[in-house]
Design a protein around this ligand. Structure first.
Ligand code: PLP
Length: 403
């Protein structure tokens, strides 16, 4: 049976081996139409036509590699998938309508009632709901551990598991998990390791090189990077993506729209430039604030005071675009956030505009208070997603708001 997702002709596959990352980010996955357009075309179509009834029959019988229906595959979406696949260094990629669609599909396509998933407990709010509420309702056993404790991973994996799901650095606590050590333990019991790599982005951390099997993204964040569209992606082994995941998504329908795929494709062209610039700014601001007596604490992976600093330095090429600052109480956090004049209050991250949020009352409000405390989300914590504005303007804004 055809998976309805056409593979590129040989010339595109060859590009990946021939050129460096910078070239692939600009040209990877592009397939020009008969009109020889410079930029990638948008194929805004839900369906595809057949010249004869026999051609349709052959397409559905899988005898013919072609597009059938955009829930299964679309040329603009394929361009995005191929460009991201080259950046990640994965065998295959499948794009989804949002990051949560990617997270859910990556797990739901493979776990059945009676099987076990082990996850780190410091998860994005909706990821926590999938592991702690939705999968258990379907008879899947889920165990959440302190991701920084290898002893807890050992204990949870002891009886075997189907999958491991983790996020590093975590949102918003910026907890860093030892990917190589967890992957080794998971491999020993035959569990597939799925890493939510949103905070590091595909440019600062390569989970597959550290032993993970699958990487998932909210492309809404750094991949778009300019706050325009929702999107997601699952990357991993060819068999898993094109059989297991595709066999689930083609019938359940979390497909990415061609227009959003096009926006995300253009986002990839500048992702390294944007993420590196924002990370330099985030490190600069975090470094200034950690020395500031008006704040109780600052968390950023490459700061010496971060609990997993050495691991972060080894596992990531830079600290990322996000830091958190604790100002002591909810009241002080609200006063600080409300006093910001440049940075916007918004629950998104990875935008070219700097954004702040108060996780305890927004993105993580669904977590019970003890669960929030366990992953370091106190009432005084503010998450700052650093954008591409002038670092000095951003510092002046933080400084006046703290005053
Ligand atoms: C935003 C986010 C998601 C969800 O992505 P959406 O595109 O909003 O569905 C998942 N994981 C992490 C770490 C995120 O930050």
């Amino acid at each position: 049976m055809a998976d309805g997702k056409m593979n590129f002709p040989g010339v595109r596959a060859d590009v990946s081996n021939e050129f460096d990352e910078a070239t692939n980010l600009i040209r990877g996955g592009q397939e020009r139409s008969q009109f020889d357009e410079t930029a990638e075309a948008i194929y805004a179509t839900s369906g595809y036509v057949y010249r004869t009834a026999a051609e349709a029959e052959a397409a559905f019988a899988g005898e013919h590699d072609r597009y059938i229906y955009s829930r299964y595959g679309n040329p603009t979406v394929t361009t995005f998938e191929e460009r991201l696949r080259l950046l990640e260094g994965a065998e295959a990629c499948l794009a989804t309508a949002s990051g949560m669609a990617a997270v859910y599909a990556s797990l739901a396509c493979m776990v059945s009632a009676g099987e076990k998933v082990v996850g780190s407990r410091a998860l994005f709010g909706s990821c926590h709901v999938i592991l702690a509420e939705i999968l258990p309702r379907m008879g899947v056993e889920t165990v959440l551990v302190d991701g920084t404790s290898l002893d807890e991973w050992d204990a949870a994996l002891a009886g075997g598991a189907k999958a491991v799901f983790l996020e590093t650095p975590s949102n918003p606590g910026l907890e860093v998990i030892d990917l190589a050590a967890v992957a080794e333990r998971a491999k020993a019991v035959g569990a597939m390791v799925i890493v939510d790599n949103v905070f590091a982005s595909p440019v600062l951390q390569k989970p597959l090189e550290l032993g993970a099997d699958v990487v998932v993204y909210s492309a809404t964040k750094h991949i778009d990077g300019q706050g325009r569209t929702m999107g997601g992606a699952i990357l991993g082994p060819d068999e898993y993506i094109n059989k297991t995941v595709m066999g689930f998504t083609r019938h359940t329908g979390p497909s990415l729209s061609p227009f959003n795929a096009w926006v995300l494709t253009k986002g990839l062209e500048t992702i390294r430039l944007r993420v590196e610039a924002a990370s330099r700014a985030a490190e600069e601001l975090a470094t200034r604030l950690v020395a500031d007596p008006r704040v109780a604490s600052v968390r950023y992976p490459t700061l010496a005071c971060h609990p997993q600093h050495d691991l972060a330095m080894k596992q990531m090429s830079m600290g990322g675009t996000i830091f958190t600052v604790d100002v002591g109480s909810k009241e002080r956090a609200f006063t600080f956030v409300d006093a910001l004049r440049l940075m916007d209050i918004s629950n998104n991250v990875g935008d070219s505009k700097s954004l702040v949020t108060h996780p305890a009352t927004t993105t993580h409000r669904r977590l019970p208070e003890e669960a929030r405390a366990a992953v370091g989300i106190g009432p005084g914590m503010v998450r700052v997603s650093v954008g591409l504005e002038s670092v000095e303007d951003l510092y002046r804004d933080l400084d006046q708001a703290l005053g």
